[in-house]
Write a new protein. Structure first.
Length: 317
């Protein structure tokens, strides 16, 4: 019986040692062309240490946190439209018939330029003819007459739009209404020209709220110096709410997010440490970091997700 108790005690000792080894023994992960990385799957999560070969194998890239101009933006969608005072219908005050037409859709005309000739129905020998002229300079975007057509005082012969300046019409939700006002700078990126960033200014915040959508119309004035802007083009609008000319910022792809936490990986020689951050203003390329980093911190911009996977298992030298 004594021998049996001794054997049982020995077996329990061996089992405990095996369990302890399972808890404390690091797992060895093998990287192709890069040797081995030891990660402790149950220990505290610490820096991930990599060799130069492993860094290259993972394709890691870094950049330094630095100061740059950055704005707090309110993003909306909208469509281009002609300014109300930059368009005109072309009509006559008499009855008559069209003798000739000298302007067509797409023509650029100047104010006072002849567009058509209409013969009046007033009795005369010959009946008097009237020149139809452009009331404003712009582009003919509608033609509603042909030679020989009868016209009346309410007939719209042409429509002319001056596209030298246009409005981007967007809508702002009720909860954002206090943030916007005329005079704010805004940036517009059109779907038709994704490589161009247009700068404009808020010219109108509508006087009424749509009760169905709970939004207010907002206009952004844009110059059309290159003649690319056309009515009804769709685009995204970024209204500048505030501007920081010296924001500590990093590229957007450096910032990772998990479990409602935002963080980056900072490189120090061969070690890569997770650093929790707080983020402020952001644009399409950069995000302001208000807490967690200092200028010059070398943050990972490519390969951060792979580092996060290693960090989850507890990187270890």
């Amino acid at each position: 019986m004594a021998n049996f108790r001794n054997w049982l005690k020995f077996a329990k000792t061996i089992a405990f040692a095996a369990a302890l080894a399972t808890i404390t023994t690091p797992t060895v992960r093998v990287f192709a062309h890069g040797g081995q990385i030891e990660v402790n799957e149950s220990g505290p999560r610490g820096p991930v240490t990599l060799t130069d070969v492993q860094i290259k194998s993972l394709g890691l890239q870094t950049t330094q946190a630095d100061f740059r101009p950055l704005a707090t933006l309110l993003r909306t969608n909208g469509q281009l439209a002609v300014l109300p005072d930059n368009q005109a219908d072309v009509t006559l005050r008499i009855n008559g018939s069209v003798e000739s037409v000298s302007a067509n859709i797409g023509d650029t005309v100047r104010a006072g330029q002849k567009l058509a000739l209409v013969q009046s129905r007033i009795v005369g020998n010959p009946p008097p003819s009237v020149d139809v002229t452009a009331p404003i300079s712009g582009v003919v975007d509608a033609r509603n007459v042909i030679n020989g057509q009868s016209v009346e005082p309410n007939t719209v012969l042409f429509h002319i739009s001056n596209l030298s300046r246009m409005r981007m019409v967007t809508r702002v939700y009720e909860e954002d209404l206090a943030k916007v006002h005329p005079g704010q700078k805004a940036y517009v990126k059109l779907l038709a020209y994704p490589g161009d960033l247009l700068e404009g200014v808020v010219s109108l915040v509508g006087p009424t709220l749509d009760p169905d959508t709970r939004t207010v119309d907002l206009w952004v004035l844009l110059n059309n110096d290159r003649g690319l802007l056309k009515p009804n083009l769709f685009g995204k609008v970024d209204i500048v709410l505030s501007q920081n000319n010296a924001a500590l910022a990093v590229p957007n792809n450096a910032i990772q997010e998990a479990n409602d936490e935002k963080f980056v990986f900072v490189r120090d020689a061969s070690e890569f440490s997770r650093v929790d951050v707080e983020v402020g203003a952001a644009d399409d390329q950069y995000s302001e970091v208000t807490s967690g980093l200092v200028p010059g911190d070398d943050v990972v911009t490519q390969g951060a997700r792979e580092l996060y996977t290693l960090w989850l298992t507890g990187g270890k030298d």
